[in-house]
Structure formats: C-alpha cells, structure tokens
Design a protein around this ligand. Structure first.
Ligand SMILES: O=P(O)(O)OC[C@H]1O[C@H](O)[C@H](O)[C@@H](O)[C@@H]1O
Length: 545
C-alpha cells in the first residue's frame, strides 16, 4: 500500500465525500456559493461552484495538496530541477515563455539566451516568408506550408493554428500531416504547387518513423515536380533537438531550428515546434500566446493553493477520480475555433498521467489519469450529452466559452451561451420524479403511462462541471488556457507521485511495429509469433482475405 491512501486526509476525504448532500441542496444552503467558488486569473474566469464540494471538501483537498509538498514541487519544476527522473531531465517548457531578463538554469547553464536566440531566428524567418522575401526555386513567394510531425510535434501547432484562425495573416495557408497512412500526405499534396510550398519537418528526436517517412515522400514529390536537389534548401526546414541527425538527413544547417531535451513533446508548442503557428499568425501574435502562458505560469507559481486556478481544477479532478470513481473527464468547447482542444488536452493529460507506478517504482493503489475526451458544443448536446445526464458513469465536465464571438451574427452567440449555461444547470440540478410527472400533467397519457414516462425522464443531477470563460479568444487568452491545463496535469501527477513527463508506454508498440515491418517484408510467412499476429501478418502479405 502507498502512503497516500493510508494518510488521514485521504481517509477523511473518503468519509466526507459520501456524506455530502445533492448539489441542489448545497446551492440552497449557501447563497454566496458562486462568489466563494469562482476565481479569475490571466484573463480567464473559472466558476467551480457546480461541483460536489463544500468548504470542508476544499479544506481537505488543499490539505492533501500540502501533504504532497505541492508548493515545493511547483518551485522545483520552475527552477529546473531534474524532476523527470526516468530520463534524467529538467522540465522547462515554462522557460520557453519566460522573459528575456530571467535566469533559468538547466544542466548548469542559463537557458534563457538560447530560447531568445531561437525566437529571434523564428522572427527573421517568419518575416521573410510572410513578406515574400523568401523565394521558392522559381523565384515565387511561399503560399503554402506543409507541417510534418506527429504527437507533440503535430497537435500543438495544428490545434493552436486552428484556434487562432481569425489572426491568420493574408497570403499563407498551412496543412498538417501526421499519420504515416499515405492518404494523409497524398491528399494534402493534391492541388499544391511545389514552387510555392514550404515543408516544416518537426521532430524533437528526428527519429520518428512516421515523420521521417512523410518527409522522404514530400522530398520525392518535390523533386518529381521539377525541382532539383539544390532547391531543397529553399523548401525544407526542420525543428529538432537532434541537429546532427537533421544535417545528416540533408537539411540545410541554416534551416534547422533547435529545441532541447528539457522540453517534452506534448509541452513543445511554445518552442520552435510552434513555427507553423508563427508563420500563420505572425510573430507578434505568437509572442502574445507565449505571454498568456507566462501570465499563467506566474499565477501558478505565486498564488496560494486555495486561489490557484490550476491547483483548484487539478484537486477537483483528484476528488472525482479517487473518491467518486470517475474514470473519464469531458472537455466541452463552446467555440468552433476551440474544437480541437479536447484532442490536445487528451494528449497532454493521458500521455502525462497514464501511469501506474510512482516515481520510486511502487505500484499505485489508486486511480491516476482519467480518459480525457470531448468535443464541440452545441454539437455534443445532440449526441453524447445523453450519457452525461442519464448514464451510469460519473463524468466531470469542463465547459469552455468566450463571452464575445469573433463572428457576431444575429442571435448565434446568445444561443450558444444559453446552451452552455443551460447544460451546466441541467447537469447540476437534474429533474426529480415529481418534476417529471408534473411536466406530464396536461398530456393525454393515463396515470400508469405518465408514471412510466416520468421514470425515464428523471435526471439525477449532481453531475459536476466547471465553467471557464474569457472575454474573447485571443492569442493571450489561448496561451493562458493551455498553460492552465498543463499545470493542472502537473498538479495531479504531483498528488499521485507519478512522473508526468516520460512516456515509456508508447515504446513497446513502436518496437514491435518495427519487428512486424521486418516480417511483412521477409521472404517467408511469419510463424514465430502468437497465432493471431502470425495470421494477421500473413493475411497482409497475401493482400486479400
Ligand atoms: O517529436 P518527435 O521526436 O518526432 O516525437 C513525436 C511524438 O512521438 C512519441 O512517440 C511520443 O509519444 C510523443 O510524446 C512525441 O511528441
């Protein structure tokens, strides 16, 4: 057993949570509930009053955080301690959005100057591409960027670019390729002109199969359009921490943007991995994104736990996962530009906290990271919200919405907002049997039928949700929002005593995938694996059922 589940606070939380009344009652008991359970920081507003909590719950949750030495752990991350203990690395994505006059030490040296140099290199490149000074091999300006990368080297740039669509500068479009399925790159290249296309290859390791294969195919396509080997330098740039491998691959040394081991892939959009974002929205907007994240870093590092937005959100997630049996958490973006956010937070949280041993290798005896999923409101209301309202699983929800739309049109935004707030209300209050029956008063059904239908219309309520608001979706508020979830993920990992910054779980699949690839290309059928794997490989070799 771990010390965590043996702690007095843990046991007190177990006893306490089973005694809390329904949220309807909690609201009725305390007219100040909204004021007391909401917090504003960095252009974001969090209403967390629709949670299964009262002041005692919060006290216990913060006590748990203090017993986990959370404040020390936060400080250790910011100052560059080697907290990723299985890879012996500092975790310093926060340094990427630091201010030029800060000093942050990793492996004995101040890393801020190289962060600033890389930002300056990005700025020069972005300016030259956007202004048309950067010419393709026939002297034409670049019109299309194809970003090739996967995992952290793909989702951040793609989802942030999508979210910042209103800030795109004229004249440049970007296409993202991640999957090794040739359909992805073939479909993207259709309709593109090699003379005006720039490829940004993003791979921290410069060793990821999908990215290398897609880049080679892009290069072949480029040469097949009539370009020559020397033209490659005008059309291919790379972002990587493995400069040697990138040069060996044939990338022009001037076209390589560095990143560093102390940036985890899923935390890397703030580095040169964000180059596609900067190319689309311009360097000022990219810096505003960094600034929003920096503001959230400051808030996280210096605010008492009780008013600390990422800490509050993380402790609520711990509450549901460890004391209410919740195994999943839904992100509901009430903003079309933010439709990709659930996928981004899914990678961030599930790759970080999908772990089952503690830092020292002890098996955990409690749940760690939940399944993160979600989608775009209002669409989900006509689909999976049914399960949120009446299903048997408890699924805490985050509703995210800007108060102002980039596209004010008639009553659209009023309707969007009313749906968002109406959903959180319905989840919280539910509908009792008597209320459901009363609604059927004027129907033509007989008493027995009314009773049956009323039973089906009962909604238990007491379903937790957070509502996160911002004035408007801007680069700054988006930066703060993403950093909020990064730190939320960190806090959960700190409570669970796990390493949120490695990802050994993805390795075995890669290893076996390479072995399977060799067997697919072998001159005889596979016979040495389990019967299922042998049969699947051999079916594939045959090419038909
Ligand atoms: O940037 P790369 O080295 O190509 O890595 C791309 C991605 O692949 C890995 O398998 C990891 O699971 C991700 O965290 C990483 O972002």
């Amino acid at each position: 057993m771990t010390t965590l589940t043996q702690s007095t606070t843990w046991k007190a939380l177990q006893a306490h949570t089973s005694q809390l009344p329904h949220m309807r009652e909690l609201f009725a008991q305390n007219p100040q509930r909204f004021e007391q359970m909401s917090v504003k920081a960095c252009g974001l507003f969090l209403d967390y009053s629709k949670n299964r909590i009262n002041n005692d719950t919060l006290e216990l949750l913060f006590a748990l955080a203090k017993e986990a030495n959370l404040a020390d752990k936060i400080a250790a991350m910011f100052k560059g301690d080697v907290i990723n203990n299985t890879e012996q690395r500092s975790v310093l994505h926060t340094a990427l959005r630091s201010k030029p006059n800060q000093q942050i030490i990793a492996e004995g040296a101040n890393i801020v100057p190289e962060v600033q140099q890389t930002l300056a290199k990005m700025a020069g490149f972005v300016e030259s591409v956007q202004s048309g000074q950067w010419k393709g091999y026939t002297g034409k300006a670049i019109t299309d960027v194809v970003s090739i990368g996967i995992g952290g080297s793909f989702l951040g740039p793609k989802i942030v670019s999508q979210a910042l669509r209103p800030y795109w500068q004229a004249g440049l479009n970007c296409h993202f390729v991640a999957n090794v399925d040739a359909t992805s790159i073939c479909e993207k290249l259709k309709g593109l002109n090699a003379e005006t296309t720039l490829f940004v290859m993003s791979s921290k390791s410069f060793g990821t199969q999908e990215t290398l294969t897609n880049t080679l195919s892009a290069k072949e396509w480029f040469l097949a359009q009539g370009a020559s080997q020397q033209d490659i330098a005008k059309h291919f740039v790379a972002v990587t921490s493995n400069v040697a491998k990138a040069t060996e691959f044939g990338m022009d040394a001037n076209n390589i943007f560095p990143m560093w081991d102390w940036v985890g892939g899923r935390y890397s959009l703030w580095s040169a991995i964000g180059l596609p974002i900067a190319l689309l929205v311009g360097m000022d907007n990219f810096k505003a994104l960094l600034d929003g994240a920096h503001q959230m870093d400051e808030h996280f590092a210096h605010t008492p736990l009780e008013q600390n937005m990422p800490v509050i959100m993380a402790m609520l997630s711990v509450l549901y996962g460890n004391f209410h049996g919740a195994q999943s958490h839904v992100i509901l973006a009430y903003d079309h530009y933010l439709r990709g956010l659930p996928a981004y937070f899914q990678q961030l949280d599930m790759e970080s906290n999908g772990k089952s041993v503690t830092l020292d290798g002890t098996d955990v005896d409690y749940s760690t990271g939940p399944v993160i999923w979600g989608g775009e409101g209002t669409n989900g209301q006509h689909a999976y919200h049914q399960l949120l309202h009446q299903g048997t699983a408890l699924i805490p929800a985050d509703f995210i919405m800007p108060l102002q739309s980039h596209n004010p049109l008639g009553e659209h935004h009023d309707q969007l907002a009313s749906n968002c707030f109406g959903q959180t209300q319905a989840l919280m209050q539910g509908r009792t049997y008597d209320e459901a029956l009363a609604e059927l008063n004027h129907s033509k059904l007989n008493e027995q039928e009314k009773s049956l239908i009323a039973k089906h219309k009962v909604m238990p309520g007491n379903k937790p949700s957070n509502t996160l608001l911002m004035d408007k979706l801007t680069p700054t508020t988006l930066g703060a929002l993403i950093a909020l979830y990064e730190h939320r993920t960190f806090v959960q990992g700190a409570i669970w005593q796990i390493n949120s910054f490695d990802q050994w779980g993805v390795e075995l699949g890669k290893q076996l995938g390479n072995d399977v690839l060799a067997r697919i290309g072998a001159d005889k059928d596979a016979t040495e694996l389990d019967s299922s794997s042998n049969a699947l490989i051999n079916l594939y070799r045959k090419g038909q059922l």
